[in-house]
Ligand binder design. Structure first.
Ligand code: RIB
Ligand code: CA
Length: 310
């Protein structure tokens, strides 16, 4: 059975790989792409989403622009070193060939309308700050019962952070939104740094992808060097598959081990954005979240390479 999906994203090099993986997967029915600030401002991430769909020859998929700032903070862009000044590897793309689809209420409105039209069917796959989902919940709280589930690339529950010593970037960008999304009644799966740092593409993997000669793999070959260089600075000779791992969860959850935990999101001070498992119930009540704790990374990498090269 195909899974109906809204992809909420801030492209982003790993977001691009995730989108291409979605489009290469017949099990997934992509209803729309909603954009959010994060790896760049929302104007740029929206242009990037439009461009990626053009590359994939899927201009039929609507792109709806979303939040440009967190619920309660000021957005400070910080990802140019990892994703490039343009969010896509500094390849100097022309302006996108089409405009985003206007929607009443923007991305949050699209999420509400789509989920409420298809109760029980739509999965929300979020791989950026969770602001659009939180705004959608504010607009129509009943989406928490109507959505099938929410799968999130975000968090570092049993591992260290990547944007601060304790916080993962997507949660850090809008911790208040993350707290609202985790606290709603829908089932939430967290595909965070606990697993995404373990599934990586080496230079040899990237060369194999490039040799496939597909529009998506050619594009990845152009954008990946900046991302690769950013991790090399930390002595990591491979690029982590953050956002593609969340897609892989949808395609084959047996790739992952998971554990349901009571999850607290810190919103104050220097630990803002930290995702903490309250394993002993000391801070109850907290929402239950299914956290990915283990991954068969070689199978995940094979899945990605196979799908993108086919
Ligand atoms: O921490 C990794 C996440 O931050 C990914 O979604 C990446 O695209 C960036 O947004
Ligand atoms: Ca992302």
């Amino acid at each position: 059975m195909t899974q109906a999906l809204i992809f909420d994203t801030d492209p982003g090099i790993d977001d691009a790989m995730a989108l291409f993986l979605i489009l290469a997967s017949p099990e997934l029915d992509l209803l729309g792409v909603t954009t959010v600030f994060g790896n760049n401002g929302v104007g740029q991430t929206t242009a990037n989403a439009l461009h990626l769909l053009t590359v994939a020859e899927r201009a039929d998929v609507p792109v709806i622009a979303g939040a440009g700032a967190p619920l309660a903070r000021v957005y400070k862009p910080s990802a140019a070193r990892v994703h490039g000044e343009d969010g896509l590897g500094n390849i100097h793309l022309p302006p996108p060939a089409r405009a985003a689809t206007p929607w009443p209420g923007d991305a949050a409105g699209f999420i509400v309308d789509t989920v409420m039209q298809r109760p029980g069917e739509v999965t929300l796959l979020a791989v950026g700050a969770l602001t659009n989902l939180a705004l959608a919940l504010q607009r129509e709280p009943r989406i928490a019962e109507a959505a099938r589930r929410v799968v999130i690339m975000g968090g570092a529950v049993f591992s260290r952070g990547n944007i601060t010593p304790v916080a993962e970037a997507n949660i850090y960008h809008d911790p208040e939104a993350a707290r609202a999304v985790f606290g709603a009644r829908w089932p939430v799966v967290l595909v965070g740094l606990d697993v995404t740092m373990r599934s990586t593409l080496t230079e040899a993997d990237l060369a194999q992808l490039a040799a496939a000669g597909r529009p998506a793999t050619d594009f990845i070959a152009r954008i990946a060097p900046v991302y690769f260089a950013a991790y090399q600075v930390f002595g990591i000779e491979a690029i982590p598959l953050h956002d593609p791992s969340a897609v892989a969860y949808l395609l084959d959850p047996t790739l992952f081990e998971t554990r349901t935990v009571s999850l607290y999101v810190e919103c104050e001070g220097r630990c803002a954005g930290q995702t903490i498992a309250d394993l002993y119930g000391v801070w109850a009540p907290l929402p239950d979240v299914e956290v990915c704790t283990g991954v068969d990374s070689s199978r995940l990498v094979s899945l990605l390479k196979h799908r993108l090269s086919a």
